[in-house]
Design a protein around this ligand. Structure first.
Ligand code: SF4
Length: 350
């Protein structure tokens, strides 16, 4: 999907990417065809230089698997991941190691992702040793100090000998950011990087990430379940549902002119601190279906208030461009865009 971006601006281009996990549990392994969990099922998007691209959705929608595919912590089942035009989806050996130097991941839980027996110095220096960067120990210490200061842990020398348990949650996440930065990556995947932090320190970490994007022009894939966080962080965003992108576009366009019923429901569920605000809340029914047993047609139809029998429960809507760079996967996207009435209907029982 080109999104009208000039080729040289595109850092990551994902095309029809799929990740199916084969189930090997219980009776499934004895009978019939293998059973797959379609965690990511044919998604395409670009991320350009210096851009924060938000990936939003409920847990189980495939957003974390997408991040793990882009960092090649998972091997894709099909599709391509072009990094500066070169397909890295099936890289192995030295090629994969070189790619991993350029692409770093920041995880949700900084306590889990930091080795409790490593000091801050050892934690941030480890990637330099793995990739053979820095001629001497002193040179590497200098790089660690620079990365800690970039992550606003100042004076850095005060943190070098501390262990993770001696740091606050926010400081631990800043160490994780410094560890990602020390390699001067060309792309960062941040998977729910603020969701485990206290609200009071979230803004500081989010602002730090935006400052670093400004300073170094590093593009991010920013994964979150929280559409308000995605709005604050992202230039563009994609909404995922059960392994597919259902809506994608400029962040303001998605927030203010969203067309997909699932995006409407996500946005209408965000609390507004104004007692007089009338929400027009879009209710969706039931729970997210199992990715092992996906509904036919549009995956959202069992929960969608607009689902039409004989269409939505039969035919999977493709992701189509409704206007410049705004993509929607819904049979009624053009009607919604034109402001035409689509009556809420009951469809066949899910
Ligand atoms: Fe709802 Fe049908 Fe659109 Fe799917 S295609 S989101 S079921 S109206």
């Amino acid at each position: 999907m080109n999104n009208g971006e000039s080729e040289e601006n595109v850092v990551i281009r994902v095309k029809d990417l799929k990740k199916y996990f084969e189930l090997h549990v219980g009776m499934f392994k004895f009978w019939g065809e293998p059973i797959y969990v379609k965690a990511v099922d044919g998604i395409s998007f670009d991320i350009k230089k210096g851009e924060v691209f938000g990936l939003v959705g409920e847990s189980g929608c495939g957003k974390t698997t997408t991040g793990r595919l882009l960092t090649r912590l998972e091997d894709p089942t099909a599709g391509s991941i072009l990094f500066h035009g070169k397909d890295i989806a099936r890289l192995k050996g030295k090629g994969l190691k070189d790619y991993r130097r350029n692409v770093q991941m920041i995880f949700q839980d900084p306590y889990e992702s930091l080795n409790p027996r490593f000091t801050v110095l050892k934690t941030v220096m480890e990637p330099l040793l793995i990739h053979g960067i820095g001629e001497t120990y002193d040179e590497r210490v200098e790089m660690v100090i620079k990365a800690l200061e970039d992550a606003e842990l100042k004076p850095a020398e005060e943190y070098l000998e501390r262990f993770p348990h001696e740091l606050s949650g926010g400081q631990r996440q800043r160490v994780a950011i410094a560890r990602a930065l020390v390699l001067r990556p060309q792309f960062i995947v941040a998977d729910e990087p603020v969701s485990m932090l206290d609200v009071s320190i979230r803004a500081g970490v989010m602002n730090l990430m935006l400052d670093l994007r400004e300073k170094y022009g590093i593009p991010y894939l920013f994964i979150t379940h929280d559409i308000a966080v995605a709005r604050y962080m992202s230039d563009r965003m994609a909404v995922m549902y059960l392994g597919k992108i259902v809506e994608m576009g400029e962040t303001d366009e998605i927030i203010f002119n969203h067309l997909h019923p699932y995006t409407k429901a996500l946005i209408s569920a965000v609390p507004v601190p104004d007692p007089d605000h009338k929400h027009g809340r879009v209710e969706i029914k039931g729970e997210i279906p199992s990715p092992i047993n996906l509904p036919p047609g549009c995956r959202f139809w069992p929960r969608c208030p607009y689902a039409q029998k004989g269409l939505c429960d039969v035919k999977d809507p493709p992701l189509v461009e409704t206007k410049d760079g705004h993509y929607v996967a819904c049979h009624f996207a053009k009607k919604f865009a034109a402001g035409e009435e689509v009556p809420e209907k009951e469809v066949a029982t899910a």
